[in-house]
Design a protein around this ligand. Structure first.
Ligand code: HEC
Length: 510
């Protein structure tokens, strides 16, 4: 197997003479080759606090009492993801990049306690295991003491040697490679192709203007519908994912930054670095409940019809949170029982499921029903023409993004882009999502600067506030916020199949 481009850069690191004098592992060997697995395992220890067998690393703080484990004990949590050091709460965790550890630190004044000779393997082991510097100075209590096995220690040292010089996969001198996992075969192939075309056209436009910090943007694709696993996973080829459409298990690396993912089978716990532009079923249901509140009474309750997924979860949580009446959610019905919903004389029904079941529900409610039905936008698209007339009277659809070309607001840049690039507006929701995702990633790459890394990209994404994408409502992310657009529109379905907004942009109120 070829090593990932990231470790390759590190292997051509120049060796200084002083360094050659240092011992075995921590030294540069003349062959310049590290078993790639060692540094990679060392990296898992450094950044995520995972040892060789995947168990959390354990450490004791210098007070000899407080224990740290896993993520909290990961070197990166104090020294930073690239080892450049941090200064937080008055505590300095110094720069421990390979180059800096191999350098002598001279005294800034006579008797400076922080002066020290260059680290070698043995002194580094003493520092990590015993909390003692090369001059015998005992570190402050904030630097933990680690009891590591010989192999874990070797992996850590292999990684410390290249720390601060490696570039993440997908980053090279002349290019930044972003990946997309898309359905490229089967019934969804058209959607995959439309998304690919949007991304390619955007990257080309940026490349014509000189790229980002002089680097060209490249697109790496993975067929999400292929049965066989890919020869080289995206995480080994690309810096981040953009506008992927996922179904089924996540990729090989759930830490990979992934912007504007559309997850067709949302997990309970989404991937750590998935930055979503669509609010998702749970939030949509919450907004639907918020809208329905005024009509709910104990005699006219809320009934939820659908699978026991995010929609039902969001509906129940929001109804509980609002505490309207007693037991505001009268019933949670399976989709198969759509007809039964009418018997509760509901004030509002939150429906999610097959279009046919919605038809049955509307029939059971009858014309002129006082009940308000709320359903996700995706159901509207599947409704057969004959069902549109009854739906237009009773159903409001919760639509996550701007309503394609029907609303026009805030979409001008996207529309102009489609026209300029000669792309047909076919799978608009997906095309708009891809456009917005690529715009967000390009902005974050600019903010992350020339020395971009995955960690740097994540931080840059987290810094976005009310960012205009030209194809979505303003996007905001943060360390605790991975859904960039937390709102929706309500729209009515016209008999010709168009959706007309009946509200402005609704955010979930506190
Ligand atoms: C909880 C925070 C924390 C974690 C986790 C942590 N360190 Fe430190 N580290 C420090 C602090 C603070 C110092 C400075 C100690 C001093 O000089 O008194 C330090 C100092 C060091 C030094 C000495 C640097 C020098 O210039 O002499 C090395 C080497 C080091 N750490 C390596 C590591 C490694 C490797 C890990 C992970 C296995 C790690 N540290 C995890 C906080 C941390």
């Amino acid at each position: 197997m070829r090593p990932a481009s990231g470790t390759k850069g590190a292997q051509v690191l120049p060796c200084s003479a002083a360094l050659l004098a240092a011992v075995a592992l921590f030294a540069c060997s003349s062959r310049e080759s590290l078993p790639p697995g060692d540094a990679a395992r060392g990296k898992a220890l450094f950044t995520r606090g995972l040892t060789r067998d995947g168990s959390p690393v354990r450490a004791t703080l210098g007070d000899g009492v407080s224990e740290l484990a896993g993520e909290a004990a990961a070197c990166a949590s104090c020294h930073g993801p690239s080892g450049a050091g941090t200064f937080e709460g008055g505590i300095l965790a110094p720069d421990i990049s390979g180059a800096r550890l191999r350098r002598e630190v001279g005294p800034r004044w006579p008797g400076d306690p922080l002066a020290r000779p260059a680290y070698g393997e043995a002194s580094l082991v003493r520092a990590v295991a015993g909390g003692v510097g090369p001059t015998g100075r005992i570190f402050g209590p904030a630097m933990p003491r680690y009891a590591l096995g010989a192999k874990d220690l070797a992996h850590l040292l292999a990684y410390l040697r290249i720390l601060g010089t490696e570039t993440d996969p997908g980053v090279s001198a002349g290019a930044l490679r972003l990946g997309a996992r898309l359905p490229l075969s089967g019934p969804w192939a058209g959607v995959g192709e439309d998304v690919r075309a949007v991304l390619s056209a955007q990257f080309e436009a940026v490349n014509r203007r000189g790229g980002i910090y002089g680097r060209r943007l490249e697109l790496a694709l993975e067929d999400a519908t292929a049965r066989a696993p890919p020869a080289a996973p995206l995480s080994a080829r690309a810096l981040a994912e953009v506008a992927s459409i996922w179904r089924g298990p996540p990729g090989d690396d759930d830490q990979l930054p992934a912007v504007g993912v559309i997850d067709l089978q949302p997990r309970e716990r989404p991937a750590v670095n998935a930055f979503l532009l669509q609010p998702g079923a749970e939030l949509e249901a919450r907004i639907a409940v918020q809208h329905a509140l005024a009509r709910l009474t104990p005699a006219a309750p809320l009934v939820v019809v659908g699978e026991q997924g995010g929609w039902a979860r969001g509906a129940r949580a929001e109804a509980d949170r609002r505490g309207v009446g007693r037991g505001p959610v009268r019933a949670l019905l399976e989709v198969a029982d759509a007809r039964a919903a009418a018997a509760y004389r509901p004030g509002a029904i939150l429906f999610q499921g097959e279009a046919a079941a919605l038809g049955e529900l509307l029939e059971a409610l009858g014309e002129g029903t006082p009940a308000q039905v709320l359903a996700p936008c995706s159901v509207a698209a599947r409704l057969p023409p004959a069902q549109r007339a009854p739906a237009s009277k009773t159903v409001l659809f919760v639509c996550p993004a701007l309503l394609g070309d029907q609303s026009g607001r805030g979409l001008a840049p996207f529309s102009a882009f489609l026209e300029r690039s000669g792309l047909a507006p076919r799978n608009l929701a997906f095309q708009a999502n891809a456009y917005a995702a690529a715009t967000v990633v390009m902005e974050a790459l600019k903010r992350a600067g020339e020395g971009v890394s995955r960690a740097g990209l994540v931080r840059a994404l987290e810094s976005l506030r009310d960012f205009e994408t030209g194809a979505s409502p303003p996007v905001s992310f943060g360390p605790e916020r991975r859904v960039g657009v937390a709102g929706a529109y309500l729209a009515r379905l016209e008999t010709d199949g168009r959706l007309t907004p009946v509200t402005g942009w609704l955010e979930l109120s506190p």
